[in-house]
Write a protein that binds this ligand. Structure first.
Ligand code: NAD
Length: 437
């Protein structure tokens, strides 16, 4: 099948490359000329493990192309995916759908013959109806079906997730569109990945319900972690104790500094707005959003506590800046409010991240960026693990101790065990576990 992917960001690029790998002919379109130029030179605009090789092999095979020209790509396509951003609208938290609607207008003006227009961007319930209206308004004679096909991939494991999804959700009541979608996902269907066909509105809401549920699970264990700290219990044992219950499941039960990233924060906010607009307020999600918001600065207080309140003038070293490992994505990363809170307390901040430092420079100021964990720790009164990159899991404590002002480790991802850190003479603070001095 011929596919046009409108928007070559995280989702568009990964989905486009994977569809090409399935054997489809894919053209990835983006307005950002520098992004397309870079892709044509084989330079990836994002860090995602395995993506450069996947893109290169499909470009070589002639199945994957990049362009800024939407019109010819759409005119030739059997399916056109909208994979543009849907950030929070400034001021009210609603999803900003202007990119989606602009894309719909451009697609409407360019389609030829029967074309399935697929919304892959995360969009509030009812957006498909509006896309359909815009396309029909732009091209009253258009033979199109507008389908919802939300994406569930995780950054850092995006290719694996796209190729081995827990499920594929397709929202349409048009048999012809269903045939096209079945054909597109045939390789996954043969792999026995479940395809859930449903109506468009339900598909749109499934995506938000899934993200809100996962954000709730994280926030729940974070609050349990706070209680565990107060009562001398261990949140990791609690997570294991409840996660072994199949009804609960062990994933997304890792206590930490609060969720961030390009999806959960904006999607929970957008869902709240949808709930309010339809007089069906989502009180649980409201609580999740506010608890998570407060948590990030609270992590800076944890650092302050580890330093007995003596933060002013001290150097704090942060390991990991991205919202999770294996990505360079800094959107809504907990490191950002943690850094500003530490700076507000008068700390000097040094930081190191394996992939995210270039991106981080756009989000924080006054930070000294370092070349590795040990360089970062130099002269620091506290070392804080914010993101659990693999390379921070086996730190050389003797080397750290020799370079730090004071041996204090604040482990916001519970990477280490208190007794092993204590053996190296460090004071240790983690999340939801008994404190060691
Ligand atoms: P992104 O910001 O990385 O990429 C969006 C791209 O679309 C940009 O490169 C932009 O230049 C381009 N674009 C915007 N309007 C365009 C137009 N009219 N024509 C051509 N290109 C255009 O966004 P992303 O992270 O890939 O997210 C895209 C959507 O997928 C969002 O709705 C997001 O919520 C959803 N989603 C993201 C993830 C994730 O992990 N990032 C996972 C699942 C779903």
């Amino acid at each position: 099948m011929r596919v046009a992917m409108i928007g070559t960001g995280y989702v568009g690029l990964v989905s486009g490359a994977c569809f090409a790998d399935f054997g489809h002919e894919v053209t990835c379109v983006d307005k950002d000329k520098s992004k397309i130029d870079a892709l044509e030179r084989g330079v990836m605009p994002i860090f995602e493990p395995g993506l450069d090789a996947l893109v290169a092999s499909n470009v070589r095979a002639g199945r994957l192309k990049f362009t800024t020209e939407l019109k010819p790509a759409v005119a030739e396509a059997d399916a056109v995916f909208i994979a543009v951003g849907t950030p929070s609208r400034r001021g009210d938290g609603h999803a900003d759908l202007s990119y989606v609607y602009d894309a719909a207008r451009e697609i409407g003006a360019a389609v030829k013959g029967f074309t399935v227009i697929v919304t892959k961007s995360t969009v509030p319930v009812g957006t498909g109806d509006e896309v359909e209206r815009i396309v029909a308004e732009t091209r009253p004679d258009c033979e199109c079906a507008v389908v919802s096909n939300p994406e569930f991939l995780r950054e850092g494991a995006a290719i694996q997730d796209f190729k081995h999804p827990d499920r594929i959700v397709v929202g349409t009541d048009k048999p012809r569109a269903r045939e096209v979608m079945t054909e597109l996902y045939r390789p996954l269907y043969l792999n026995r990945s479940p395809i859930l066909f449903t109506d468009r509105r339900t598909a749109e809401l499934i995506k938000y319900a899934a993200n809100a549920f996962l954000a709730t699970k994280i926030t729940f264990i974070n609050e349990i972690a706070d209680l565990a700290e107060k009562v001398g219990a261990d949140v990791q044992e609690i997570a294991r104790g409840i996660g072994l219950d199949n009804r609960i499941g062990s994933k997304f039960l890792h206590a930490g500094p609060g969720y961030g990233g390009s999806c959960f924060p904006k999607d929970t906010l957008a869902l709240l707005k949808t709930g309010q607009d339809h007089e069906a307020p989502l009180r649980i999600v409201e609580a999740v959003v506010s608890v998570n918001d407060m948590r990030k600065r609270a992590m800076a207080r944890k650092v302050s506590n580890a330093l007995h309140g003596e933060v002013r003038g001290k150097t704090v070293a942060l390991l990991g800046l991205t919202f999770k490992p294996n990505t360079d994505d800094m959107r809504e990363a907990p490191s950002i409010p943690i850094i500003t809170a530490l700076q507000d307390m008068g700390a000097k901040v040094r930081a190191y991240d394996p992939e995210g430092m270039e991106q981080a420079k756009a989000y924080v100021s006054g930070v000294t960026f370092c070349k590795d964990a040990y360089d970062c720790a130099q002269g620091a009164s506290a070392l804080v693990i914010v993101t659990e990159w693999e390379q921070f899991r086996a730190l050389d404590f003797a080397r750290l101790k020799s370079t730090m002002e004071r041996p204090v480790l604040v482990d916001l991802r519970n990477v280490y065990q208190a007794d092993e850190v204590a053996r190296h003479g460090f004071a240790y603070e983690s999340v939801g576990r008994p404190r060691q001095n």
